[in-house]
Design a protein around this ligand. Structure first.
Ligand code: K1U
Ligand code: ZN
Length: 175
């Protein structure tokens, strides 16, 4: 397993805006990618990661929304699809490892039913609500090249990207 660099909007916006391609087969190479993604996500730290965030345009997501002292609960989603979304909406203050240090409120369906292939390539159908629903919708947006910033006003989005760019410039100057 190895850590992979996470792409960020200041340097890698064009890649992050790409639509990811469906996976044809869940094999050992794909599982190695998912292992690297999980390790990268834990190290960041984060609670979710889409393959495009490490520069791989495949429809693959890893996630662990377990809290603090709870046992780890890694989850893997290949070719995820939303089968149903609730009419009622919920607001959550989201962050993104590709938009470091920016958090803002996004409104999404409060619950979704999803279908995907798991780590073993078997199909799964599952209901998601709460943080699980927020995180899977955020990560599935990444597969379409959509960032949580795209749910905000243009002004907020431009300010956020400018802030990330300035932080990156400051980091470079300090190095
Ligand atoms: O970049 C990403 O897609 C990961 C992102 C997932 C996410 C967070 C919040 C709402 C929706 C989606 C993150 O993990 S940002 C970091 C974060 O939320 C976190 C980090 C450490 C501990 C707890 C949370
Ligand atoms: Zn994200």
């Amino acid at each position: 397993m190895s850590l992979r660099p996470i792409l960020t909007v200041d340097a890698d916006l064009a890649t992050l805006k790409k639509k990811s391609a469906r996976v044809a087969v869940v094999d050992d190479d794909l599982r190695a990618l998912m292992d690297d993604m999980l390790e990268t996500m834990y190290a960041a730290p984060g609670i979710g990661l889409a393959a495009i965030q490490v520069g791989v345009p495949k429809r693959v997501i890893v996630m662990d929304i377990s809290r603090g002292e709870e046992p780890k609960q890694p989850r893997y989603f290949v070719n995820p699809e939303i089968l149903w979304a609730s009419e009622d909406l919920a607001v959550y203050e989201e962050g993104c490892l590709s938009v470091p240090e920016i958090y803002d409120e996004v409104e999404r369906p409060a619950a979704v039913r999803i279908r995907y292939l798991g780590y073993d390539g078997k199909p799964v159908e599952e209901d998601a609500e709460g943080l699980f629903a927020v995180c899977i919708q955020h990560e599935m947006d990444h597969l379409e090249g959509v960032l949580f910033l795209d749910h905000l006003s243009r002004l907020k989005r431009e300010r956020a990207v400018a802030k990330v760019r300035k932080a990156a410039r400051d980091d470079e100057a300090a190095a």
